[in-house]
Design a protein around this ligand. Structure first.
Ligand code: BGC
Length: 330
């Protein structure tokens, strides 16, 4: 199914490229990408993405950060449309989520969320389609996960994140671009962080705060991750912040917007993200960020982009799209 979707999407990509239309291919179909402008709002990014999230990580046997086992869901039973009277998911919401931190909803019954809409400052709309509500609870639009409740997630329904993919070309000691010996293509590098929660390397993304625009989250998360760990004076940090602002005000390439196959997903709560690539083509902007080396002590570093990367959630899919769009090695 996934392969079929990919082939279908590639053909559409090709056709739209030939007829010269800007395009977006997502899990919910194709739409015209909005025009690129220099205004750093979400609609300003040129869009290109073409993969569909199936539940792989969202069916991991043991729910992250817990000893709770998901009810096993075979591939052919993920789809809610498949009748499965024996389905008996376990219920789990992490104790600290139930303590109602500011970023989390109360339990269903204790409040009246406006699902599928902008609910005050909380955006409960999916980037994909309208989702169904069953017994007062939102139903994961990508199917069964073997677990009910919210797990580690704060919101019932979509939990929105943003992923800034900052790239540069890899260069050698004399500043020449490095080409990969197999593909002969130039090698791209991206700013990667080691996540504290699971120890996996990842794009330095984060959650969209209530009322925040995705474009703001992209820059805020990147600045926090890239700058906090720097051993730099405050004047140096200010200089770096200025470069970051310039880069994030440049035309970004939206590589994904939608549902993510995340290990924290449940039948009632799930992650969605917008991933945007900001590329330092000349190498004289954020490429010069003095990031730490990628050893055990380092939490942020430039990493070569290639197909053997194992990264958090769907992040390697996002990088594949970036590499292909920029004709880089993959
Ligand atoms: C992470 C993002 C990720 C998203 C979905 C968020 O918690 O910060 O990087 O894309 O979850 O997996």
């Amino acid at each position: 199914m996934k392969a079929v979707f990919r082939n279908w999407a590639s053909s559409v990509h090709l056709v739209l490229s030939i007829i010269g239309l800007p395009y977006t291919v997502g899990t919910s179909g194709i739409c015209r990408a909005r025009p690129i402008s220099r205004i750093p709002s979400l609609c300003a990014y040129r869009s290109v993405y073409m993969f569909s999230a199936t539940h792989i990580k969202a069916r991991c046997p043991v729910y992250p950060g817990s000893h709770t086992n998901r009810f096993p869901v075979p591939d052919d039973k993920v789809d809610w449309e498949t009748d499965w009277p024996q389905y008996s998911p376990v219920t789990y919401t992490a104790p600290f989520v139930l303590k109602k931190p500011v970023w989390a909803d109360p339990e269903i019954g204790e409040f009246s969320p406006q699902f599928n809409s902008l609910d005050g400052s909380v955006d409960r709309r999916s980037h994909e389609d309208t989702y169904r509500i069953l017994n007062g609870k939102p139903l994961n639009p990508h199917g069964r996960t073997g677990l009910e409740g919210r797990g580690l997630l704060g919101r019932w329904g979509p939990n929105h994140a943003a992923d800034p993919i900052v790239t540069r070309w890899k260069t050698d000691s004399v500043g020449q671009r490095v080409h990969h010996t197999d593909s002969q293509r130039p090698v791209l590098q991206f700013v990667s962080i080691k996540r504290i929660d699971c120890g996996e390397w990842a794009i330095p993304g984060g959650m969209v705060d209530p009322g925040e625009r995705v474009s703001q989250t992209l820059q805020r998360e990147f600045s926090e991750e890239a700058l906090n760990s720097l051993q730099a004076s405050s004047s140096e940090k200010e200089k770096i912040q200025k470069r970051i602002t310039e880069l994030f005000n440049s035309d970004g390439l939206q590589v994904f917007k939608g549902y993510v196959d995340d290990p924290r997903n449940t039948d009632n709560s799930w992650m969605e993200t917008v991933a945007v690539n900001f590329h330092d083509e000349s190498g004289n902007s954020v490429s010069e960020l003095p990031l730490q080396a990628g050893d055990d002590a380092g939490h942020v570093t430039w990493i070569d982009i290639n197909s053997s990367l194992t990264l958090y959630a769907s992040h390697s899919h996002f990088l594949e799209t970036v590499a292909k769009e920029r004709n880089a090695h993959w």
